[in-house]
Design a protein around this ligand. Structure first.
Ligand SMILES: [Fe+2]
Ligand SMILES: [Fe+2]
Length: 254
């Protein structure tokens, strides 16, 4: 797809994180893992948009969604091929460590979308914001990729499409809902913020849970182990003689 409009500039937040992105993408193994993850995200996004093309009753939107879905599938293939090329170079090595997934996320965040229950208006508002976020992040990823021109070229090519997606969704939103499209954009923005908050809260809860369990393991467990050992030392060892008057008959159950 082609875009006649200017490209999206990265948000201040994405620009601020440029040094972090540069570090994340500097490692070849980490780059392979991230490209593979991006490939999955793009393909999943393409599947959702294909479903949106099936359920919309607007012929123009159906055609645009189909082209959009084809683009996203192609992005998935581009990322996967580039990851495979890099994998050949770094064959045999693996990096199971930190990949900065939450710091350098993939494409669109379309996993938040319930395609079957969304109206065309909500779908377009959500898609516009998702594509805008993807274009902003991919601009930064492209800019920090000077050390890897082929990967940079992949981002450059995909960015071109993401800008088109961002622009056509806004144009179509204004066509479908000329008067209140800004209100729908704000509603979609708030919904994305709420989901981002939930994701952050879930992540923080996981970190806090791990910290509490670690503290329990190193602080509470030794204390109970010491108390158990002390109690064990007080116990007489071997058989203990029981006084005759306290012993019960073994002939009955109670
Ligand atoms: Fe894409
Ligand atoms: Fe896109």
């Amino acid at each position: 797809m082609d875009s006649a409009r200017p490209h999206e500039r990265p948000t201040a937040f994405d620009r601020m994180l440029t040094p972090v992105h540069r570090w994340i993408w500097s490692d070849t193994d980490r780059r392979v893992q991230k490209l593979l993850r991006f490939s999955e995200t793009e393909t999943d996004g393409g599947r959702d948009i294909l479903r949106a093309a099936e359920v919309t009753s607007d012929p123009l939107l159906r055609r645009l969604y189909l082209e959009h879905a084809i683009d996203e599938f192609r992005h998935g293939v581009l990322f996967r091929h580039r990851a495979a090329e890099l994998l050949k170079v770094s064959a045999g090595r693996s990096s199971p460590g930190f990949h900065g997934e939450w710091l350098a996320p993939g494409g669109h965040g379309l996993d938040d979308l319930q395609v079957d229950s969304e109206s065309d208006i909500d779908m377009l508002a959500f898609l516009h914001l998702s594509e805008k976020a993807a274009a902003s992040r991919f601009t930064v990823y492209r800019d920090v990729m000077q050390h890897d021109p082929p990967t940079r070229a992949v981002f450059e090519e995909i960015l071109h499409d993401e800008n088109f997606h961002m622009n056509y969704t806004l144009t179509q939103l204004a066509r479908v809902e000329p008067k209140r499209h800004k209100r729908h954009l704000w509603r979609a923005r708030l919904s994305r913020l709420w989901r981002a908050y939930l994701r952050l809260a879930t992540g923080l809860a996981g970190i806090l849970g791990s910290m509490l369990l670690t503290i329990q393991y190193f602080v509470l467990l030794p204390l109970f182990a010491w108390l158990a050992k002390r109690a064990a030392r007080r116990e007489p060892s071997g058989w203990t003689i029981v006084a005759a008057e306290t012993s019960q008959s073994l002939d009955r159950q109670y």
